[in-house]
Design a protein around this ligand. Structure first.
Ligand SMILES: Cc1cc2nc3c(=O)[nH]c(=O)nc-3n(C[C@H](O)[C@H](O)[C@H](O)COP(=O)(O)OP(=O)(O)OC[C@H]3O[C@@H](n4cnc5c(N)ncnc54)[C@H](O)[C@@H]3O)c2cc1C
Length: 436
């Protein structure tokens, strides 16, 4: 048998990587913390699971569901030892190459009232609408930035909500300039045109250069305040309008899940840095999908295929795979240009606005700690306010706190996923040949 490749994450990128490595003749262990393969896009739409062919019965492939990778350990020059928790048992896998495909989570910027019940991340609202056929509210505003707002609004309409308006924070000039960059990705543009047509049929206005800057209500959201924004996302004075709603869905793009890559020793610059072969800076470690750039499922799969193929020992002369990967990267650049996050969003905050929801640290707490001469280093500010140190370990507020403090986000954790002390103390069990 050829090389052993461990792939972490069974979203489009991880499935692509497993398939690429198997085609190169490698033996593959594909792991995911979730019960089923498919990643974020299929998790929000279980009815579509029969659609894409998730070929997990290939010879040479071991599929490990509900298995979390929580640490890596380096001993030699090759790929690191991969520590896995599966069904309460600890395993340590020793691959020849490791492909990281842990994806991204949806990002939400804080604003006054964003912590009221009735304010949802767009991803959560979509999961409820598509997965459970549940509408988060009767009258809903969808706001933020990025093309993801359109499928979310479409899912809400299908679940029976009235979508009052969809608000893209960037002005039309920025969005059109970004999307106008060649080359075009016809399938994505067609998909977005389909959502736009659905919204038009339901007479849902899509406004650009406007966003939700406040949610108000007694115990839950009853009203939102929207405002026109300049290109840097500062509010145009006097442009505020309020609407009665019972739910708000917000999304400001996606944040890559960098904890595993940082734990494996990979260089990151906002995303995991990879070379033309999807190799990271850490020996024996490859990365693919949204952890290297946000470009949607087809791009993630194309990166995964190339990463898996090379990790599995395939020949580097694969022009068709490289072309597909390059198209995905071009799409990522287009998305980033069309839907940037304007620096002036912090102007929406008030001193009492909660920034870190786990520890209830407010914008005022962060500003006070940052202004304190004795504790103005970002690490000291985090320790003083506890921002980012709660149960989510900064996965939600990390990029926001970093932008407020003007420092890089803190991703380094010796233990990348929560693990119980009893599990940590348990002996490592060797995988049987069937499991491998
Ligand atoms: C909430 C949400 C909803 C979305 N809805 C849509 C949509 O409707 N339409 C659309 O075009 N795009 C949608 N997207 C974007 C789309 O999901 C991505 O483009 C695509 O899934 C990226 O693929 P990926 O393989 O890089 O990551 P993902 O699909 O995110 O897969 C990563 C996988 O890694 C696993 N993982 C992470 N860490 C670990 C660990 N430590 N141990 C084990 N497993 C781990 C996760 O469980 C996950 O299954 C959505 C994204 C999100 C976040």
């Amino acid at each position: 048998m050829g090389r052993h490749v461990v792939v972490v994450g069974a979203g489009p990128a991880g499935l692509g990587a497993a398939s690429g490595a198997l085609r190169a003749g490698a033996r593959v262990t594909l792991l995911d913390a979730a019960e089923r393969p498919g990643g974020q896009i299929h998790r929000t739409a279980p009815v579509e699971l029969g659609g894409p062919r998730l070929e997990l019965a290939w010879p040479g492939l071991a599929w490990w569901a509900e298995s979390s990778v929580w640490a890596f350990e380096r001993s030699g020059d090759g790929a690191p030892l991969v520590h896995v928790l599966r069904g309460g048992e600890r395993f340590a896998l020793e691959p020849d190459a490791l492909v990281l495909a842990p994806g991204a989570h949806d990002r939400v910027l804080p604003f006054p009232g964003w912590d009221l019940p009735g304010v949802y991340t767009a991803g959560a609202a979509q999961a409820l609408a598509k997965g459970e056929c549940l509408a988060v509210g009767e009258k809903v505003v969808v706001a933020g930035s990025g093309p993801f707002l359109l499928p979310v609004a479409a899912s809400l309409l299908e679940a029976g909500s009235r979508v009052v308006e969809v608000l893209e924070a960037n002005p039309a000039s920025t969005v059109l300039r970004g999307w106008g960059r060649p080359p075009w990705q016809v399938s994505k543009v067609g998909e977005l045109a389909g959502y736009a047509a659905l919204l038009a049929r339901h007479r849902v206005p899509v406004r650009m250069g406007r966003t939700v800057v406040e949610a108000r209500g007694d115990g839950r959201v009853e009203e939102v305040v929207t405002a026109r924004l300049r290109a840097d996302w500062s509010v145009v004075p006097g442009s505020e309008r309020s609407h009665a709603v019972d739910a708000v869905c917000v999304s400001h793009g996606f944040s890559p899940r960098l904890e595993l890559a940082v734990a494996a020793g990979c260089a990151v610059d906002g995303f995991v840095r990879v070379d033309g072969d999807q190799r990271t800076s850490a020996a024996g470690v490859f990365a693919a999908g949204e952890v290297t750039g946000i470009a949607g499922a087809p791009a993630a799969k194309a990166e995964g295929l190339l990463a898996g193929w090379i990790a599995g020992g395939g020949s580097p002369r694969v022009p068709a795979l490289r072309r597909r990967r390059d198209q995905g990267r071009a799409f990522a650049r287009r998305l980033a240009a069309a839907h940037p996050i304007g620096d002036a969003w912090k102007e929406w905050l008030r001193p009492g606005t909660v920034v870190c929801r786990c520890e209830e640290a407010t914008y005022g707490d962060l500003c006070r700690a940052a202004g304190d001469q004795a504790a103005n280093a970002p690490r000291a500010v985090r320790l003083a306010t506890r921002a980012g140190l709660g149960p989510c370990q900064g996965r939600v507020c990390g990029p926001t706190v970093a932008e407020i403090l003007g420092s890089p986000p803190a991703h380094h954790r010796p233990i990348a996923q929560p693990i119980r002390l009893g599990e940590l103390a348990a002996p490592v069990r060797e995988a049987t040949p069937d499991e491998r």
